[in-house]
Design a protein around this ligand. Structure first.
Ligand SMILES: [Zn+2]
Ligand SMILES: [Zn+2]
Ligand SMILES: [Zn+2]
Length: 209
């Protein structure tokens, strides 16, 4: 039996109080379905909901955008990977931290100052660049699950796992292991659907500025 310490944890920063909220994912979440991780001081909560194909849908509060972002990741990644983050599509800054407790705590600590500084810089009440339709994102997540199942996602490490994140102007697909990525310029469900015939997806080394 794994101890609680060994099992994966998940964390986000609360948009109201800016405090870090850390919770134990545990095995029960996998069985019980919906998991809601609430800030003890505010009403803000992260929700995790298993969907089909061994995937999990996450709704993560974002302190930069002050509205939640939705992501879909594989349950294996969420429950087993030592550490990974999901970025806010508008700022590129991590808003969800997951993995072993010590790794998550370390990352929260490391990003605390930077995130407070970024929060101060952000213009208040500004319009965000255009994001893809939620349905377009769902279609790309479905496409990824199909490609992963058949081992047709190619990256630098050959792990064949990928995370999709909505970003301004499209959907970024990224390997959480090696960081290879690719942005699909897809805004509408109809254009996402036209990608369903893709037989493979090759990710590219991240551009170093
Ligand atoms: Zn709070
Ligand atoms: Zn955001
Ligand atoms: Zn890779």
């Amino acid at each position: 039996m794994l101890s609680q310490q060994d099992q994966n944890h998940i964390a986000f920063r609360c948009p109201e109080c800016t405090g870090a909220v850390l919770g134990w994912l545990g095995q029960y979440a996998r069985l019980a379905g919906l998991l809601r991780l609430r800030c003890p001081d505010c009403s803000q909560a992260l929700t995790l909901r298993p969907i089909s194909d061994g995937r999990v849908s996450l709704e993560v509060p974002c302190l930069f955008c002050r509205r939640p972002h939705t992501y879909t990741v594989s349950a294996d990644l969420l429950f087993s990977k030592d550490f990974f983050t999901l970025a806010c599509p508008a700022t590129g800054f991590p808003v969800l931290f997951a993995g072993k407790k010590t790794a998550v705590e370390h990352a929260l600590e490391k990003t605390a100052e930077e995130s407070a500084a970024l929060l101060k810089q952000l213009p208040q009440g500004q319009e965000h660049p255009e994001y893809p339709e939620p349905d377009a994102y769902s279609v790309i997540c479905y496409l990824l699950s199909e490609l992963e199942a058949e081992g047709r996602v190619h990256c630098g490490c050959g792990k064949n796992t990928a995370i999709a994140e909505p970003c301004p102007g499209g959907i970024r697909v990224r390997c959480p292991e090696c960081g290879y990525e690719r942005t699909l310029a897809v805004m509408r469900a109809s254009s996402a659907e036209s990608l369903l015939s893709l037989s493979e997806l090759s990710l590219l080394p991240p551009q170093t500025p």
